[in-house]
Every structure is written in C-alpha cells, then in structure tokens.
Design a binder for this molecule. Structure first.
Ligand code: NAG
Length: 477
C-alpha cells in the first residue's frame, strides 16, 4: 500500500459487494474469472480495479500495476505520476514457476532470503526451492538431532577458487533456526510463494554423516567437505537411517506446509553400496537387480512415508534410474531428457535443464565477469526455453508443470554476487513460465528489459550490467 499511495489522489478500497466510489483502487474477488491465478486489471481516468478469482490472482494484478508505475514509486512517495490506461486480462501458462537457491555451499542472511523472495514475488513466481543440505554444510536446525547443526553446519575451510588441492583454512558455517525458517515460510506465503525444502538423500550427505556417522556405510569417520564435487559418501540403506530420515522429515513437514518435499536424489555414486555387506543384503532380501534399484527402493520408502503424511516427493532426474517411485515428480536438470522420460511414464515434471536454466553458468563473455561454475547461459537462451519439449504428445505435455532456474553457490559467496547471477535472467524466466509461446517476442522483451533495469536499481538489486551493453543475439561459440 505504500507503493499504491503514490498514485496521487487515489485511496485503496477492497470491495466485496456494492459500488465503490471514484478515485479509488479497488481490489476484488471475482468468481467469473476462470483461471485460479488469473486476474483483470483496469485503469481508467478515475478508477483502478484489480480483480482475481483468488487473492493470489489479485496479488498478481497488483504486481502488474506496480510495473505500470515508474520505478521511483517503488521507494519514494511520488505525488505526480502517470499510469497508462489499460484493460488487462491475464493468467499464467504454467502452475509451477520456481526459483532455487543453494544456501549450503554458501549461506546468506535471513534478511537477504526475504529480499530474494521479494524479487520472486515481483516476477509472479510461486515456488522457492530452498536447498538446505549438502556435503559442505547442513543448514536447518533439527531439534531431535542437534549435531546436524553443531557439527554438520561447520566446515574447516573452503576450497580456493578452482583449486581442488587447497582450502583457505577459515572455518565457515551457519544455519537457520526453526524460528527463522518459520519466518521465511510466512514471509513467502504472504507473497503467495510456497517454500519447497530440499533434504538431500542418499548422496550429497557428507555433512549429515559427519554428525551421525552411524547412518553411513562404515566408511567413516567423515568430515564436512571443504571441496566441491561428487563424493562417494552416501547414506546406508539401514532401518536406523530410515528412522533418522523420517524423524528429520517429520520436523521438516511441521515447518513447511508445501505439498512437495524435495528429497534430492542426484549424484549418488554406488561404490559404497557395492562394497557394503549390509547394502548387498538388502538387495538380496528385497530381490533387487542392482544398486540403482536399491536407490529406487530407498526413495520409494521415503515417498511412502511422505505420502502417508499427505505430502509428495520431488527429486532430481537420477531418481529415474532403477525405476521411479510410484508418485514421484521429477526435476529434470541434466537437460530435458529426464523430464521427457518421466512425462512419458505419466509422472509430473518440473523443467530445470542446466543448458538453459542454470544461473551459476556464465551469462556474458565479458572478461570482468565474476566467477561462474562453467557453461554459458545468456539471457536470450533463458528466454528461448520452452518447458514443453516438442517430442512430447499433447497428453504427455500436460505433465510439465513449469520451469525453475537453479542457483548453485559453490563460487558465489556474497549476496551481491547472487543478485548479479539472477538478474536479468530471472526476468526472462518469469516470461518463460507466464507467457504463451505465441506471444513471446525476444525484441519486445529486450526493450522492456531495459525499463525493468531501472526497477532493479530502485529496489537496490545488483544485476549483470554487461548484458545490456552486449549484442544479445546468440552465436554458436
Ligand atoms: C550438479 C549438482 C549440484 C552442483 C551443480 C553445479 C544438480 C542437481 N546437482 O553437479 O550439486 O552444485 O550441478 O552446477 O545440479
């Protein structure tokens, strides 16, 4: 409402019935609007009216109104401003519009997490995927297992740039308390964003195992990792481990109302299971073919537990190997391949392909570009992405819920750098998820992006300025 008060002479009214006065901004629920997240925005000489089927739709109408106002109105009382007269009827193409943040490789303050969520809200995104556990750190307080944060949240150093043989010797750590997590979940919910927590299993689990080595494959002792990469250390498929993970997930479910709980599933080398008598005994007992089927068994047990508690699992596309758990949704990251396969098997899919939507990849070839992990994903490539691959039939295509970009933070230590990697690519992602293909137009987007840049500045977000100076047409090199 601070923003809306900038519209000179207008006052804010929410109307449930009857007629509103002149010079008002009317926010209204309208059951005639078909789409759950749809809205109508009408700006005339003496009235601004926003209606939605749901309050979420109304919220998106407000975001569109924001974008019709000059950027300076975001932060200052502007007494004389012009809003174009418009009649807009709008609704998103996809129901899942997500952005991810890895807080395990590097951690960011609570206030920043909120600022990040604000950016998602401005872009009408509705999912924040919070990557909370990794080899290099466990970042969420679990009351029943205090060592997860006492031991698992601290590493003794951080790998120096891309040198795998050296770390800086500086202790690095931190975690979010349950009270802080609740604050984030509520802050996001007030902006119609669901927070999806990720608890990684069976791989990327070194920090958890450093705290509780008894859930590993007798290959300890373990230390929270100082390097980046894929490590052999994974959870053992024992009853004690399942009990531990179910306890952890019980606390996680209490904190996060999200229907989806992300269980990871990526990059879990099977060497420890090949060599463990206990793991081999489970393969035999359950009549499994190999270690991939053992991973499926592992994930399916966790799925069963979460389903019994009214939740659904979502996992990285490796969960296809050895057979998908019956109700799993797949997050396709190694390109779109896994997503295509999962949709063909009748499973829901969120597309997060590294070749188009990894925001830890470089976005510019400028020589002062801050460190990226490798790969090249300029904003035009993001914009060009179509989450529904052509090879899918219409029926199969319905399983694509939407797209998400991922921001892994191995080389991203500061909040400034996070913002830099995200902007302006997030603005392109927003359109990938919202706008029907027939209405997408790169040239038109680029001209609007130049205006959007003023809003990044007004709201004090850092962004990749080089991108605006460069020729954005994609070349092959
Ligand atoms: C993958 C890893 C991730 C890493 C990232 C770097 C997934 C699902 N897994 O190797 O832990 O940070 O790529 O781009 O992306």
């Amino acid at each position: 409402s601070q923003l809306l008060s900038g519209a000179s002479g207008f006052k804010l009214e929410t109307v449930t019935s009857g007629k509103a006065g002149d010079h008002v901004i009317i926010l209204k629920l309208d059951s005639e609007i078909q789409e759950e997240e749809g809205y109508k925005l009408s700006v005339t000489y003496d009235q601004i009216k926003i209606s939605g089927k749901t309050s979420q739709g109304v919220f998106y109408g407000i975001q569109s109104l924001r974008l019709l106002m000059p950027a300076e109105a975001e932060v200052a009382q502007v007494t004389d401003l012009t809003i174009p007269a418009v009649e807009i009827e709008d609704a998103p193409r996809f129901s899942y519009r997500g952005m991810h943040l890895d807080v395990a490789r590097h951690m960011f303050p609570l206030e920043f997490i909120k600022k990040y969520i604000d950016l998602l809200a401005l872009h009408k995104m509705n999912r924040f995927h919070w990557h909370l556990t990794e080899d290099q750190g466990w970042r969420i307080e679990i009351k029943k297992y205090p060592k997860l944060t006492e031991i698992g949240s601290v590493r003794k150093g951080t790998m120096v740039e891309k040198n795998w043989d050296e770390h800086d010797g500086k202790e690095y750590g931190g975690f979010y308390t349950q009270e802080e997590v609740k604050e984030v979940v509520a802050y996001a919910a007030a902006r119609h964003i669901t927070v999806i927590p990720e608890i990684e299993m069976p791989g990327h689990a070194t920090a958890a195992l450093a705290a509780y080595p008894e859930f590993g494959n007798n290959t300890g002792p373990y230390e929270v990792e100082t390097k980046w990469g894929v490590f052999p250390t994974i959870f053992a498929p024992k009853e004690e481990t399942f009990k531990f993970l179910e306890d952890v997930l019980t606390e996680v479910m209490d904190l996060f109302p999200s229907e989806y709980i992300h269980i990871g599933g990526d990059e879990a080398p099977k060497t420890e299971w090949e060599e463990s008598e206990q793991a081999q005994a489970v393969i035999k007992r359950e009549g499994l073919k190999d270690e991939h089927e053992l991973q499926s068994y592992f994930i399916s047990r966790i799925e069963k537990f979460l389903n019994e508690n009214g939740r659904q699992i979502i996992g990285w596309d490796e969960i296809l190997e050895g057979g998908l758990a019956p109700n799993a949704t797949v997050m396709s990251w190694r390109g779109s391949k896994g997503g295509i396969e999962a949709a063909r098997q009748g499973h829901d899919v969120v597309m997060t392909p590294n070749d188009h939507l990894y925001f830890d990849y470089y976005q510019s070839k400028n020589e002062d570009e801050p460190l990226g992990i490798g790969g090249f994903v300029p904003v035009e490539k993001v914009y060009s992405f179509n989450p529904v691959p052509q090879e899918l039939s219409e029926e199969e295509g319905k399983h694509i819920l939407g797209a998400q970009a991922n921001l892994w933070t191995e080389y991203i230590k500061t909040t400034d750098h996070v913002e830099y990697m995200v902007l302006p690519r997030l603005t392109a992602l927003a359109e990938v998820n919202w706008t029907p293909v027939a209405k997408k137009d790169w040239g038109n987007f680029l001209s609007r992006l130049k205006v959007m840049k003023e809003r990044y500045e007004a709201l004090d977000y850092n962004y990749a300025a080089h991108v605006f100076e460069e020729d954005q047409s994609l070349d092959d090199d």
